[in-house]
Design a binder for this molecule. Sequence first.
Ligand code: CP
Length: 315
Amino acid sequence: MNYISIENIDSLQKWVKQALKIKKNPLKNKKLGKNKTLGMLFFNPSLRTRLSTQKAALNLGMNVMVMNFTNEGWTLEFGDGAIMDQGASEHIKEAAAVVSQYCDIIAIRAFAGLTDKEKDNAETVLTGFLKYATVPVVNMESATGHPLQSLADAITMEEHKTTHRPKVVLTWAPHPKALPQAVANSFVQMMQLQEADFVITHPKGYELNPEITKDSTIEYDQNKAFENADFIYAKNWSNYNDYGKITNSDPNWTVNAAKMALTNNAKFMHCLPVRRNVIVSDEVIDSENSIVIEQANNRTYSAQLVLQKILENGK
Ligand code: CP
């Protein structure tokens, strides 16, 4: 079993319930991962994913090895039949096969490069490991998805919802750096499995991949979208059409108290790290309605559920 995207979840409601059970007694399956090793390979920085996934593995009694590929690993070649006379020192064929001998599960973080849409959509790094590794692979945020994050988001919403069918708004917000669409993509896919009134709001031109958003409502008026919302999930992403570019920095899209006042006393969510007073004002993220820290805590239980399922699955 691999965990690559939200599509790997057979029943989101069941998984959320199971994760909440793990949260109540995280050390219950401490023996399950005995003598098993998780290898975590990072091609990009991390705080939450690295520590929460490591914590999850330790809760299951696993050993953990972490490698920062960008600084410490050989530069990898992913092309079949490549003549390797340029910068890359090692082919993914050998690298993935070798790591598979040391680890029982391989977890990978490899962001979008944001210069070549086709290459990012092809998920070169993740696909390379999937093709050549001989053990299960977990996505710790790839070019197009962050399914461990959106599973944690689902767990957090389940804990905080006060109505069976909440209104949930994914709002774009400005950011000084071009960011991938991965978190937003997985959040949309996860919301499509929820009983909810789900709305995406962003400036015109900032549409996400239409194959992902095809079943979701888009409202270009952010104030209108916020009306009566129960959850506001803020996230920046760079332009998907004018790929990887920042074509809007309008500070009017920052989530502030005046906008939150339009909602039904909504909870504020963000995957973190967050740029204060750019994405969200201090008064909102510091308010009692902000659940960003609990959201980050649930990253442990989403990762633990996934690792547990893989260990139980046995391959
Ligand atoms: N939300 C999240 O993935 O955080 P990190 O980038 O710090 O891992």
